[in-house]
Structure formats: structure tokens, C-alpha cells
Design a protein around this ligand. Sequence first.
Ligand code: FAD
Ligand code: NA7
Length: 486
Amino acid sequence: VSRKHDYDLVVLGGGSGGLACAKEAVEYGARVLCFDYVKPTPAGTKWGVGGTCVNVGCIPKKLMHQASLLGEAVHEAVAYGWNVNDRDIKPNWKKLIQSVQNHIKSVNWVTRVDLRDKQVEYVNSMGAFVDAHTIEYRTKQGERKQLSAENVVIAVGGRPRYPLIPGAIEFGITSDDIFSYETEPGRTLVVGAGYVGLECACFLKGLGYEPTVMVRSIVLRGFDRQMSELLAAMMTDRGIPFLNTCIPTAVQRQANGSLLVKYLNTTTQKEESGVFDTVLWAIGRKGLTEDLNLVAAGVKTVNDKIAVDHTEATNVPHIYAVGDIIYGRPELTPVAILSGRLLARRLFAGSKQLMDYTDVATTVFTPLEYSCVGMSEEMAIEKLGAENIEVFHGYYKPTEFFIPQKSVRYCYLKAVAEVSGDQKILGLHYMGPVAGEVIQGFAAALKSGLTVKTLLNTVGIHPTTAEEFTRLSITKRSGRDPTPAS
Ligand code: FAD
Ligand code: NA7
């Protein structure tokens, strides 16, 4: 590393990817500075260091999911013999939000202390390029400053999009606001059927509000179709209405404070409308490239994202990108963290190890969770041909569902495998309780070349739901009924 520049590494963005990269780099003796700055949302929400996951993503989402599951668990507890006196159990939204925010604030604090301890310089300001090695920023006092960097890692992530329709920004909120929203959301229109939209609708429902989901085309584009449709059916069954093939056209505030949403049903071509208390846009995210002055550095963008090669290098060799800002890679925290860490090791510790973006497991945190790793059935058919794959599947009954008589209708799992030999597993899909916990271990097995033969020779842990993967005996090709007898 030369001493020509002020820093060996400047990281733009202190979220999952940026922080992981910065902290790893100092371990190998690099002089590192990390910028992190959050522009307030149109509704005025802002937050501290740590990025999307900690402040307005995975963490608050999981906490709200848990809050919602607990509401269901209270009712189940009664069936198990718990004497719960107050049957009119309701959550206190304000208290919940306060608890969630308290946790986030403590994580922000720990992050700052950690950066200080590890001697990563942290600047709470927007960084932008002046040239390929120079970054400019404003101090808290408004003074312009510049510094130079041998290497730059762009880890600026993304923010929710707003539709370009009247009233969208003025009256709508996004996932950036909901986890600190002061007022109870009430009747909520969730626009968008990606995993963020579905998760938000589900925790709101579990907390006793009335969400409606507006779907432009299909739910969970990119995920396995059968599992996605099953998940939508599960949500419908739990009383969440879907407005299918609809696109919003305007939002207006009514005299009584409620929101009138106008929308077009693209199947019937009819203009329709509905009244809601809250409108939550979950229509995807845009990369935060616009404030970086990338032109000055010569870094090329693809729409609002940055294309990188297999070493996470942009078209400018010493400028890299990690995390959500990368074009065409999974937008997940552990992906951002590992790619940031591996990049730091390659830059400052002589490592050659590259990030492997294949077979990344993921979970949709709906009340029955859906988790998967590897290929969807469609993808396997496209890559290998339908005749070369075998799909093992089955419905199952979690033991703990019997006493409270919970519906087992959507407890389903499948393994997509090669048809011949030991039947290498290409993808695993599971809908049911604690799906993420179930799939995480199998993800390691899949990465190690798991076969159906090995799976069926694995002794299950009884009574769990994960053991169902060791008992898959019915193939789709056989046409046999995949529902269990008892
Ligand atoms: P970010 O974490 O977004 O961090 C980027 C940081 O850079 C931000 O703080 C930003 O303000 C800052 N910044 C931007 N521009 C500049 C600049 N010019 N100068 C200085 N700072 C700048 N992933 C999962 O794995 N599991 C989940 O369950 C999950 N749930 C999610 C739920 C929601 C509602 C959302 C929105 C996301 C969820 N994600 C989840 C995705 C996950 O949060 C992201 O993949 C992850 O945070 C990406 O990390 P990153 O480092 O690329 O960017
Ligand atoms: P996704 O996964 O990109 O999903 C966006 C959803 O919103 C999807 O259902 C889209 O439908 C729909 N959409 C997109 N634009 C519009 C407009 N203009 N009007 C109505 N509906 C629209 O985004 P998420 O927010 O769920 O998650 C994005 C990432 O953030 C995710 O990967 C996480 O890592 C965090 P479509 O299928 O395109 O018809």
C-alpha cells in the first residue's frame, strides 16, 4: 500500500457491506475512513449509522414480525391451558415502536463504539467524487473538505421508490417510515408484492390492522411460482385482500383525514378507488448513485446501480462496489457483509478468495414463513429440462399445530433435484414455522453437494418440522397425493 493518499481505503456508505469492509480492512493495517449519511425521508424520518438492515430493514422488520407472531401465540396459549384473563388482547403500537426504536438506537451506539475501538474513522456526511481518487464532503459546520484515497468502495445501498403519481410523496410512506411511525397505521394499502410489501402487510395484519395488498402483475417475482402462489393463498386465507392487476393513479387526502386512493384495474381497464388510513409504497428500491458524482470518477452506472466484475471492481480498477448498489446481485445483508469482507481481504491481506453469489438462502417473514435455497422449479426446468429433474414434495402437520387446531393447509415443502444418479439437490423450498432456521443448515448441505440419497439417509430430529426434509418420498411425477394420512 502506498502512502501517496490520505487513506488506503475510503468507504462510501456505512451499512452492512460498507462497515464489514471497513472493519475487515483495518484488521490488516489499512488506514480506513467510512462515510455514512442518511437523507431524511419525505415524511421526515431519519436514523443513525448502520444502514438499511439495522435501521429500516431486516432488524425492525423481524421485531415487528415477532410482535405479530406473539399475538397469535397468546391465543394458542389458551388452547394449551394458559389462563389468559383478558381475551381482548391488543398490541400498543406506540409502545411497540418505542421498543423497536430503543433497540435500534442501542445498535447504532454499539456500532459507533465499535468503529472507534477498531480505529475506523467515521464521518457522518455525504461523500462524493471530485476525481477518481478524491472525495469531497461537508463538515457539520458546513465547511467543504476533500481527502484522497488509494481505493474506494461504494456501498451506498438503496432507498424505496415512490410512484410518479399525484399525492404519492405527500401522503404515502415507505418501509423507511413504518418502523418509527407515530400513528397507528389502521387500514393500510400496501402497494407492491415483493417480499418487503408482503412482510409489511403480514405484520400489520398480525397486529390487528387491516392491510390490503395491491399487485401490479404477480406476487414475489423471481421466487418459485408454486411457493409464491401458496404464500399468497395463505395470506388471503388469513384475511388479507389482494387487489390484483391494479396500479395506483392518485392519492388524495379527504376532509376527515383518510386517504382516497384511485387505481386502474388493468384487467378490466376500470378506474376504481378505495379509502385507507395509510398508504405504504413497497414498489422496489433505487440505488443511491445520483449524489456520488460518479461522472467525475469515470464510474459507469446501469440505471441507478453499478456493474462490477467478479472482483467487485467497477470499470475504474481501484473503485469497487459492494451490497445493494451492485447491479444484478441479491439484495441481502449477509451477501453485502461477506462480499465486503472478502474484498478487504483481497485488497489488504493478499487473499484470492472471490465472493460466490450462487445458492444464497433467503426467507420471506410472513406468518408461515417461506424460505428457500438454490433453484426454483422453473429455473431448474429452464436449465436442465423438465425430463432431467425430479421434484419431491409433501404437505406436513407440525406437532405444535394440533392442540390449537391451527391450519396446516399451507405447510408444504419440496426438493428440486436431478433425476439421475444420487439425485443432486438443486433447490429446497419450505413453507412453515421458523423457515429461515430450517433452511439455513440445509443451505450449507446444498453448498456441499447434498443429494436426495444423503437426505433420505439422514436421521431426522423428531418431532420437528425440519425432519420432513428427511422423509420426502413422493415425487410430482408419480402423481401421488402429497398430503399426509394423519
Ligand atoms: P445499506 O445498508 O443500505 O447502507 C448504505 C448506507 O450508505 C446508508 O446508511 C446510506 O444512507 C448511506 N449512504 C448513501 N449514499 C451515501 C453517500 N454518498 N455518502 C455517505 N453515505 C451514504 N436483508 C436480509 O438479508 N434479510 C432480511 O430480512 C431483510 N429484510 C429487509 C427488510 C426491508 C424492509 C428492507 C428495506 C431491506 C431488507 N433487507 C433484508 C435487505 C438489506 O437491508 C440490504 O440488503 C442491506 O442493508 C444492504 O446493505 P448495503 O451495505 O448495500 O446498504
Ligand atoms: P421488489 O422485490 O422489487 O418488488 C417490487 C414490487 O412492487 C413488485 O411486486 C412490483 O411488481 C411492484 N411494483 C413496482 N413498480 C410498481 C409501480 N409503479 N406500481 C405498482 N407496483 C409496482 O421490491 P421490494 O421493495 O419488495 O424489495 C426490494 C429489495 O429491497 C429486496 O430485494 C430487498 O433486499 C430489499 P412487478 O412484479 O414488477 O410487476
